[in-house]
Design a protein around this ligand. Structure first.
Ligand SMILES: NC(=O)c1ccc[n+]([C@@H]2O[C@H](COP(=O)([O-])OP(=O)(O)OC[C@H]3O[C@@H](n4cnc5c(N)ncnc54)[C@H](OP(=O)(O)O)[C@@H]3O)[C@@H](O)[C@H]2O)c1
Length: 288
């Protein structure tokens, strides 16, 4: 009995379809599907069909940590140019630059080492790019490159952020030992990112980054040295594997390329998660 009842539920149209008169069947959306049994060999014709409205594309809301720094300001500029909604978090807030991109960014003032000063900055954010890092004593370097970024990764994971991009640094062998706090902080952040964002975490590992760096009112044209070195060294990849001196052959990379790859990694859902080394940055950075 229940079998027969099931058939009636699942196949009402086919039962009606086999009757002689043209029939009409009520669809779940309340509309009528009309069939004409005299043309039984023709494919079923649907007189009316509901238009399936796909949801609008998600609106990206990008938070740049350290958006007033050398790399961070180029990241903000790139994202604003792409029409993305951008906010930034750093200790000093909005920088004193008279450039239009800076007016398009929403600036939060906060210290990543003091979580109470910035938690709201992550509200509604879909992607984060962290450009926070720096130098000092070993313990200061660990805090700024490690602890500050780890705090940010944990807050982003709690708030349901989808993608998190971290600007780390290339492995420079012996230099790593001299700048222990810097590299240990970077490694701790990388480990936290891979564990909290296994599918949406991207780590960029540039070597020296060149471009025009603003220090107060002075502009330092780092590309005068960086650009020719990049041109030569990007073809010397096998030499980077030479023990001890290999890291000297890591090519510098332009800040614009780093920014471009970071924004793409943060907003392109098919950008693969994991580590992107200098050569990967150069390759992705060349793509328009
Ligand atoms: N430049 C290079 O050649 C190079 C090479 C390889 C890797 N990297 C890495 O790339 C990243 C960016 O480098 P960069 O040269 O752009 O550095 P930067 O110019 O010194 O910028 C650092 C940014 O971090 C912010 N910041 C520092 N401490 C903070 C804290 N506790 N809370 C919130 N914000 C904080 C700073 O803003 P406030 O001072 O206003 O807080 C600033 O915006 C760093 O992780 C760096 O290690 C740089």
């Amino acid at each position: 009995m229940s079998f027969v009842f099931g058939l009636l539920i699942f196949y009402p149209c086919s039962l009606l379809y086999s009757s002689l008169a043209p029939t009409k069947c009520l669809l779940s959306n309340g509309r009528l599907l009309s069939t004409d049994s005299s043309k039984i060999d023709e494919p079923l014709k649907v007189e009316e069909a509901e238009t399936i409205s796909s949801p609008p594309p998600p609106t990206e809301k990008l938070l740049v940590l350290g958006g007033n720094g050398f790399v961070g300001s180029h990241v903000c500029k790139e994202a604003v140019a792409k029409g993305i909604s951008v906010s930034s978090l750093n200790r000093s807030g909005k920088p004193c630059v008279r450039e239009s991109w800076a007016d398009s960014v929403m600036w939060h003032q906060g210290n990543l080492l003091l979580p109470d000063s910035w938690k709201d900055a992550f509200n509604g954010v879909t992607a984060v790019i962290s450009c926070v890092g720096g130098f000092g004593s070993n313990s200061q370097m660990y805090k700024i490159n490690g602890t500050a970024n780890i705090n940010a990764i944990r807050a982003a994971a709690e708030k349901g952020v989808k993608r998190f991009v971290y600007i780390s640094a290339a492995d420079f062998g012996l230099v790593n030992y001299l700048l222990r706090g810097y590299y240990e902080g970077k490694k701790a952040t990388e480990a936290e990112l891979l564990s909290k964002f296994p599918y949406g975490g991207v780590i960029l590992r540039p070597g020296f980054i060149h471009g025009t760096r603003k220090v107060g009112s002075i502009s330092l044209p780092l590309s005068i040295i960086g650009s020719p070195l990049e041109t030569v060294l990007k073809h010397a990849k096998p030499l980077t594997g030479v023990p001890l001196v290999g890291p000297l052959f890591i090519p510098p990379v332009n800040v614009v390329a780093v920014a471009r790859v970071a924004v793409r990694a943060a907003t392109d859902q098919v950008f693969p998660p994991g580590v992107v080394d200098v050569h990967g940055i150069l390759r992705h950075g060349d793509q328009k």
